[in-house]
Design a protein around this ligand. Sequence first.
Ligand code: FAD
Length: 297
Amino acid sequence: MKPPPFEYVAPRTLEEALDVLAERGFDAKILAGGQSLVPLLNFRLASPAVLVDVNRIPGLDGVRETEDGGLAIGALVRQRRLERDLAVARRSPLAAETAPFIAHPQIRNRGTVGGSLAHADPAAELPAVALAAGATMLVRKRDGERRVGAKDFYLSLMTTDLAPEEMLVEVELPPMPPRTGWAFREFARRHGDYALAGVAVLVSLDEGGACREARLVFLSAGDVPMEASEAGALLAGQEITESSIAAAAAHAAEKEIEPTGDIHASEDYKRHLAAVLARRALRAAAERARAGDGAGA
Ligand code: FAD
C-alpha cells in the first residue's frame, strides 16, 4: 500500500515545528521515527494533510542525569539508546532492561522514546515503564509548556492528554528511592512481537527489609498501561515472601487488569500470563532491592 498524499515539512527548530502544529492543528502529524506512523499511513488508517518531520530539530535527542538523581530523556532519543546508555543504566535500570523487548533492533534504531510514549499503544513497553517509574512528560506548544504525570497522560485507547498543537519534548524520571529493585517481564510468541502480556515492577524496601512501596504496571492488559495499585498496596508494609507475592500477583491479574481476548490469546490466558509474569517480576525486583544493586541503593 502507498500512503495518501501529504505535505511534508522538516523544520530546523522547535519553534518552527510548534508554529506549524499551532497553525495546522488536527491536520498535522508529527513524524518522529516513523515506525508506527508510516505503517498507519500505508494502511490508510491515518491521512494527515501535513507531516511535521522533527528529526532535524537539535536538542531533543539528549539523555541527562538530573541534579535530584533522576533522568531526563529527550523525545527524539532512539529506543536503542536506552539499552546502551550508561546514564540510563545508572538512573533507570528498568528502562534499560525493558528496551530490548521493544520490536527488533532495526525498529529500535529508528523508533523514538517520545514516539512510543505519544503513540500510546497499550501493548507498548515504554508507557508501562513511564507509569511505573512515576515519569513526568514535558509538553510544549507555541506559547507555553506544561508538565503532566504519566498517570494523567494516558486517557484511553491510543489517546493521550496531548492537544494537536502540542509536542512531547522530554520525559523526566524521578530518582529511584533507596533499596529499590526493578524488573520487567513479558511474554510474546516470538521475540520482537507485541507482547500478549507484560509487567514493569519497582519494589522499594524499608530499612528493616519490609516492602515500603511496590508498583506494578501491566501492558496488553487494558486500553492504557494498567497500574495495579491495590496489588501494590497489599504488599506495602509486608515482608516480601512467596505467599505475599502470589497474593498480590493474583489480585492484580484477577481484579485489576482488563485484558480482552483476541485471535492471539483468550482473556483467561492473558490473566494467567499476567499473574505468572507479575510473580516472576516481583521476585526479581525484591531480590535486587535486598541485594542493594538498585540504582537508588
Ligand atoms: P512515529 O511512528 O513517528 O509516530 C507515532 C505517533 O506518535 C504519531 O501519531 C506521531 O505524530 C506521534 N508522535 C511522535 N513523536 C511525538 C512527539 N514527540 N510528541 C507528540 N507526538 C509524537 N513498539 C513497542 O512498544 N513494542 C513492540 O513490540 C513493537 N513492535 C513493533 C514491531 C514492528 C514490526 C513495528 C513496525 C513497530 C513496532 N513497535 C513496537 C512500534 C515502535 O516502537 C515505534 O517506534 C513507536 O511506537 C513509535 O515511535 P516512532 O518514533 O517511530 O513514532
